[in-house]
Each structure stands twice: as structure tokens, then as C-alpha cells.
Write a protein that binds this ligand. Structure first.
Ligand code: NAD
Length: 261
């Protein structure tokens, strides 16, 4: 018996941590409903999941748009018969201060990074209640605790995810629904690659940047998406039955210190 046999999981974001999580949950026996805006990545994930033998429905959806999330949840429930797990990994990462960030960019960060978590909960929790419970994991960030300069909108969304996680956990605990977040440090994914290339996309030596980022973490390296997926899978599993309303850092010790050597 595998840890997710008979379970149905909705994952937002089809690259990076979302991709690794979809693969991990599928390897555990779950049927996967994946939603992403990147059509090439969606097509690749559909093939990967089908080849692994998992039930897979990968949907091209903008997870900040209510109708698209509602329809994705409905299509997944129709295909697989219910919903047990939600992992919210989709996000955008704009750079800027409050002065240099325009209102449209600010609102987009809020609606993709935080609004999508509200939307998957709004449409997904009633389905979980019908199954007698479930688990939600939201991907936040160390930037929700202590942030860098020039990421005002992004960091704000990650702090909001910590708060929304607690609110969802309290409101739905008695329905058997556990809600937690994970806060990664630097993880080798497309978002980090963008950061490695610099704000203007001009720095080419991505591996050198990863080494530099890794050296800022006490463990001395950046993390891998599969490492985050393993923590997410634990939190989604019955082994984490007493875990709810909490954040779990996976940052190589980054936020344990005060950054002075
Ligand atoms: N990689 C890191 O270093 C790091 C660190 C801390 C937190 N995180 C968080 O991890 C999560 C996953 O990011 P990642 O590192 O895997 O990077 P990623 O860029 O691979 O994943 C983000 C995904 O969100 C998707 N997306 C963006 N807007 C969308 C929309 N409107 N609708 C649907 N999908 C949309 C993108 O297409 C992409 O697949 C994010 O929440 C990110 O903030 C990443």
C-alpha cells in the first residue's frame, strides 16, 4: 500500500516544486489534477504522469481567475470522483520596491500568489468535506519571515500565505482538513534561474549564481525541488495527522542565523 493510494490531489504550478510534487504524489499512488499557465510544461507533465501510470488531468488554467479554478476542480472531481489534497505552488515573482512596482503588477502578485490559494480552498474544500477530510499545503517562502530588498510585492504575498494558512487551518480543522505551509530557501527551479539571470535577464552564469546563493545557506548549497516535494508529501499524508496551522521551513538553515559570519 502506497501513501496516496486512492487519493486525488490538485497541484497548482506545473514546473519546479509543483512538478516535483505532482510526480512525488503520483509515485505515492495519487491521481493528479495539475493546473498551470505554462502550456509546454503542462504537456510535458501530462506525459510524465501518464508514463508513471498515474491518473492525470493537466489543465491549462490561470489560477488567479475564479471560473478557471472552479472549472478545474469540477473537471478533476468528475474524472477522479473527489478531492483529498491541494498543493498550491503557482506563483509569480516580480521585482521592485513599493515605488517602482506598478499597481497592476502588485495586484497580479496578490491574485496569483494569494488569491489562487483562496480560490482552490473556496472551490476545493467543499469537495474535501464530502470525502470526510483532506490536506492542503501552501508553498510560501523564507521571504515571508525576513525579506530581501526590491521584492516588496512578492515578500508581502508570502507573509499573507502564512496568515491564510492559519486561518484556513482553524476554520476547517473540525471538518478533518489540515492546512500547512512550507517555506523554502533557494531551490533549483525556473523561478531561481530567473533570479540567477538577474533582474534584467543578462547574467548568464546560472551555476555560479547558484553556488553564490548556496553559500548564503548554512548547509552550503541550494535545495532541490524533490526535497521540498518530500516535505510536502509528508504534510499531505496521514503520517502528519496532528500537523495543522503551521509553517515548515526548508531552507538549509538560512533563517536560523542572523546572516553575519
Ligand atoms: N525556487 C525557489 O528558490 C523558491 C523559494 C521560496 C519559495 N518558492 C515558491 O515555490 C513555489 C513554486 O515555485 P518554483 O520555485 O517551483 O518556480 P516555478 O517558476 O517553476 O513555479 C511557479 C509556477 O507557477 C506557474 N504560474 C505562474 N502564474 C500562474 C497563473 N496565473 N496560473 C497558473 N500557474 C501560474 C508558472 O507557470 C510556474 O509553473 C512558488 O510559490 C515560489 O514562490 C520558490
Amino acid at each position: 500500500m502506497k501513501d496516496f493510494d486512492g487519493k486525488v490531489a490538485l497541484v497548482t504550478g506545473t514546473t519546479g516544486i509543483g512538478l516535483a510534487t505532482a510526480r512525488r504524489l503520483a509515485a505515492g499512488g495519487a491521481a493528479i489534477i495539475a493546473c498551470g499557465i505554462d502550456r509546454a510544461a503542462n504537456a510535458a507533465l501530462q506525459v510524465v504522469l501518464e508514463n508513471s501510470g498515474a491518473g492525470a488531468l493537466v489543465i491549462g488554467a490561470d489560477v488567479s481567475v475564479p471560473d478557471q479554478v472552479r472549472d478545474a476542480v469540477a473537471a478533476g472531481v468528475e474524472r477522479f470522483g473527489g478531492l483529498d489534497v491541494i498543493v498550491n505552488s503557482a506563483a509569480v515573482h516580480p521585482y521592485g520596491t513599493a515605488v517602482s512596482t506598478d499597481f497592476e503588477t502588485w495586484n497580479k502578485a496578490m491574485s496569483v500568489n494569494v488569491g489562487s490559494i483562496y480560490l482552490t480552498a473556496h472551490f476545493g474544500i467543499p469537495e474535501m468535506v464530502r470525502r470526510g477530510g483532506g490536506a492542503i499545503v501552501n508553498v510560501a517562502s523564507v521571504q515571508g519571515f525576513a525579506c530581501q530588498q526590491n521584492v516588496a510585492a512578492y515578500a508581502t504575498t508570502k507573509g499573507a500565505i502564512h496568515t491564510l494558512t492559519r486561518a484556513l487551518a482553524l476554520d476547517h480543522a473540525r471538518s478533518g482538513i489540515r492546512v500547512n505551509s512550507v517555506s523554502p530557501g533557494s531551490i533549483r527551479t525556473p523561478i531561481l534561474e530567473k533570479a540567477a539571470r538577474g533582474e534584467n535577464g543578462t547574467d548568464a552564469d546560472v551555476e555560479a549564481a547558484y553556488k553564490r546563493f548556496g553559500e548564503a545557506h548554512p548547509i552550503g548549497r541550494i535545495g532541490e525541488p524533490e526535497e521540498v516535494a518530500e516535505l510536502i508529501a509528508f504534510l499531505c499524508s496521514s503520517k502528519a495527522g496532528f500537523c495543522t496551522g503551521a509553517d515548515y521551513r526548508i531552507d538549509g538553515g538560512l533563517t536560523a542565523g542572523i546572516g553575519v559570519k
